[in-house]
Design a protein around this ligand. Structure first.
Ligand code: NDP
Ligand code: 2IT
Length: 446
């Protein structure tokens, strides 16, 4: 890295201690953007990067709630409004005990580039809480969501900031959050996405992230004259993104042989299809947090405490969480002949893992490009809300497919233009950056 990028990273680390995931996300982006800054000194003198690593606004608040036994609990709520240069802040809410300010800042930072890549007018944000939905009753989740929204509602709005789901936040939580927002503001609007179909939601939004990941993987393989048909695929996670990815990969003729959870991974040599995909929804809503349930029900292999990256596959789709695929895992995948890694989760591969894929010369795409289908379809939900006109599933899916193809093409074009052909990381970071940076230049010192 140049002295300039190195110094900026040192400053980011010093100013934001104890936020390793945020440092990691910034480091990856800085490595790519050196190529741009060398050609465009104007971004450097306007201190665009120094501005982009500082959130426009951060809210941290108390979330008190009462459990079914009458005991009071206090969680911490957050919303990071990272960048609004190209549109209202947009990004999900994560409810998971591992949530910290640093994790949400890494996610908000990634979201800025991702949303820019979608070509839709959305800035970047992220929020959530260290609340653990595991084992909680519907009523407890509702009381928590109502308390969370009782503070958040002051900071969001359909033209200000539009949250959605992420880990631990699905249709049920969005419903409770929306109900409380409406009660506090009297305003029925598109303030959240991932809403129910009867009250402003978009068809295909639940499937969109996973479908988009697989559309992107198909484009990557196509660039090498290959298809997904007949390929063996490893998927990690068993949540919303994994569910959509398994469906679409199976539809396109691939055989998905793994799923994973915090307890380990399952290996299903016959492939996960039909009722097994339906069962993923049951596992997620059971709040038991166990993928072993799948192995027990369908009598397939279960390996406790392990990730699925040791299995011999052609394609890997990490869809669980950050840093779930390290350097050793990457080596194992390459050694076993994996030709394509398409990220569904946000930053699932460590920086050292990414280097292994790059040196091996296999196809590798970062989450901010390949998982953008979720937020893109959220953008389509916002369009439908503004028009007050719902689109049929075929129309939403066709637009999603077209957006993923366009992101793929943009990544390759920019990678080539800046001297690193085939490097999706550089292509995504550069293309995502340029649009936001130019908007910031246009809007003056903000
Ligand atoms: P879900 O809550 O539906 O599922 C998350 C999966 O990851 C579960 O299997 C979950 O198990 C596991 N997981 C979460 N945190 C951890 C952890 N710290 N350690 C081990 N396992 C963990 O979430 P999504 O499917 O929505 O999200 C998965 C990934 O995709 C995340 O990285 C998210 O940011 C990203 N993403 C999501 C989008 C969306 O629209 N939903 C869009 C784009 C990206 P557990 O029960 O422990 O939570
Ligand atoms: O990481 C992500 O892109 C999401 N969780 C989806 C965000 C959204 O606003 O739909």
């Amino acid at each position: 890295m140049s002295d300039y990028a190195q110094n900026l990273l040192v400053q980011v680390k010093a100013k934001n201690p104890s936020e390793p995931e945020f440092h990691q996300a910034v480091e990856e982006v800085l490595q790519s953007l050196e190529l741009v800054l060398a050609r465009h000194p104007e971004y450097r003198s306007a201190k665009i990067l120094e501005r982009m690593v500082e959130p426009e606004r951060t809210m941290i608040f108390r979330v008190p709630w009462m459990d079914d036994q009458g005991e009071v609990h206090i969680n911490r709520g957050y919303r990071i409004q990272m960048n609004s240069a190209i549109g209202p802040y947009k990004g999900g809410l994560r409810f998971h005990p591992s949530v910290t300010l640093g994790i949400l800042k890494f996610l908000a930072f990634e979201q800025v580039f991702k949303n820019s890549l979608t070509s839709l007018p959305m800035g970047g944000g992220k929020g959530g809480s260290d609340f653990d939905p595991k084992g909680k009753s519907d009523n407890e989740v509702m009381r928590f969501c109502q308390s969370f929204m009782s503070e958040l509602f002051r900071h969001i709005g359909p033209n200000i900031d539009v949250p959605a789901g992420d880990i631990g936040v699905g249709g049920r939580e969005i419903g409770y959050l929306f109900g409380q927002y409406k009660r506090l503001t009297k305003d029925f609007s598109g303030v959240l996405t991932g809403k129910g179909i009867n009250w402003g939601g978009s068809l295909v939004r639940p499937e969109a992230t996973g479908y988009g990941v697989v559309y992107f993987a198909a484009e990557m393989l196509k660039s090498k004259g290959q298809t997904l048909d007949g390929k063996t695929v490893a998927v990690s996670g068993f949540g919303n993104v994994a569910w959509g990815a398994v469906q679409k990969a199976t539809q396109l003729g691939a055989k998905v042989v793994t799923l994973s959870g915090p307890d380990g991974f399952v290996y299903d040599k016959d492939g996960i299809s039909g009722e097994k995909i339906e069962y993923m929804l049951e596992m997620r809503s059971s709040a038991r947090d166990s993928v072993k349930d799948f192995a027990d029900k369908f009598k397939v292999d279960f390996q406790a405490g392990k990730h699925p990256w040791s299995v011999k596959v052609d394609v890997a789709l990490p869809c669980a969480t950050q840093n779930e695929l390290n350097e050793d895992d990457a080596r194992e995948l390459v050694k076993n002949g994996c030709v394509c890694v398409t990220e569904g989760a946000n930053m699932p591969t460590t920086l050292a893992g990414v280097k292994v894929f790059e040196h091996a010369g296999i196809l590798y795409s970062p989450g901010k490009a390949s998982n953008a289908g979720g937020v893109a379809t959220s953008g389509l939900e916002m369009s439908q809300n503004s028009m007050r006109l719902p689109w049929p599933a075929e129309e939403v899916d066709a637009r999603l497919h077209q957006i993923m193809k366009a992101i793929h093409a943009t990544c390759l074009e920019n990678a080539e233009k800046y001297g690193t052909p085939g490097n999706y990381v550089n292509g995504a970071n550069i293309a995502g950056f340029l649009k936001v940076a130019d908007a910031m230049m246009d809007q003056g010192l903000v």
